[in-house]
Design a protein around this ligand. Structure first.
Ligand SMILES: C[S@@+](CC[C@H](N)C(=O)[O-])C[C@H]1O[C@@H](n2cnc3c(N)ncnc32)[C@H](O)[C@@H]1O
Length: 309
């Protein structure tokens, strides 16, 4: 369903996102995400699970040395390519599962961004391992997700209570309630495409600890966490705007590749005995940490995935 769901909604979503994102992206998530991303001029940028590619194209326009968007959905990629054909920015698009970026070379990117996508990717551990592989040393991974602590699909909600305050006046108070935070699972997400049509995709709730472990196991260190606050545009246009000013529903995370990622393939040339260079090869480093072994399957790639998927 993952791919089919996104394919079926590709046109609707593309029209909604346009070149600047819909209200939620434009007025809530993206201002924080773009602040964390910073200037991209001269960087090699990978937009992981790029959807209609509006950010991929933005970064190409802003002077990224490479701006590549990958996504599982051919429908979304067709829309992205159509936009690119209509007005060229230099962005390129590839169909890939985020957990298998075959054909993309090790350490070929300075920055990988996954905007509101990890929560929709079944094998998040596999995807983050691939992120670490394609990131250059000290490269950055920036991603946004629904806030794992406050946005738990149908297990969280706003409660508005009207009660008499200390000054004797009745006022509304907003509470965020949630349950079963520790239970990781996937849910079917309904999207109201039209008054008569509903599309469905799948989304995966993971705890904060799981996200942290997934990043650590891939060799990425978290250096920044932000909780996007609503802009005046969101407050004016969404009934949830004032609520989100009190409790955040999203998280933006920046992580850095501290060590060379494990190579996908062994280099062909034999190592020279006593060579200082060979003693420092990334593969040697990876073996020391065990990360290379995890890629070979001795770890638990589905730890971040959930029941009911
Ligand atoms: C909520 S959309 C976000 C798209 C885009 N980043 C944005 O902010 O508009 C989630 C995207 O994840 C993609 N996706 C889901 N699972 C994927 C996977 N395993 N590999 C690559 N893309 C995937 C979907 O096709 C969809 O385009």
């Amino acid at each position: 369903m993952t791919r089919e769901g996104w394919d079926a909604m590709a046109r609707w979503r593309d029209e909604r996102m346009g070149e600047d994102g819909d209200l939620w992206h434009r007025a809530l998530i993206d201002p924080t995400l773009l602040d964390v991303v910073g200037p991209v001029q001269g960087l090699r940028v990978l937009d992981l699970a790029c959807g209609n590619g509006y950010l991929t194209r933005r970064w190409a326009r802003e002077g990224a040395a490479v701006s590549l968007g990958v996504d599982l959905s051919s429908g979304s990629l067709a829309r992205a390519r159509r936009r690119e054909a209509a007005s060229r920015t230099g962005a390129r698009f590839l169909r890939r599962d985020a957990s298998d970026l075959s054909g993309i070379a090790d350490r070929s990117f300075d920055l990988v961004v996954a905007n509101m996508a990890l929560l929709d990717i079944e094998d998040a551990s596999g995807a983050v391992r691939e992120v670490a592989r394609v990131l250059d040393v000290a490269g950055r991974f920036v991603f946004s997700v629904g806030h794992p602590c406050f946005d738990l699909d149908d297990r969280s909600a706003w409660i508005v209570e009207r009660s008499r305050q200390g000054d004797g006046v009745f006022r509304d108070q907003v509470w965020r309630k949630l349950r079963l935070y520790r239970e990781e699972r996937s849910v079917r997400v309904p999207w109201a495409i039209s008054p008569t049509e509903v599309g469905y995709t799948r989304s995966y709730h993971r705890t904060l600890s799981t996200y942290s472990r997934i990043l650590r196991d891939a060799g990425l260190a978290v250096v920044r966490i932000e909780e996007p606050a609503p802009t005046p545009e969101l407050v004016a246009n969404s009934p949830q705007g004032p609520f989100i000013a009190e409790v955040p529903l999203h998280l933006v995370v920046e992580a850095v590749a501290l060590r060379p990622a494990p190579r996908r393939t062994r280099p062909a040339e034999p190592r020279r005995r006593g060579s200082r260079t060979s003693a420092r090869t990334p593969r040697t480093g990876a073996r020391r940490t065990g990360a290379g072994d995890r890629r070979a399957g001795s770890g638990s790639p589905r730890r971040g995935s959930t029941s009911g998927s």
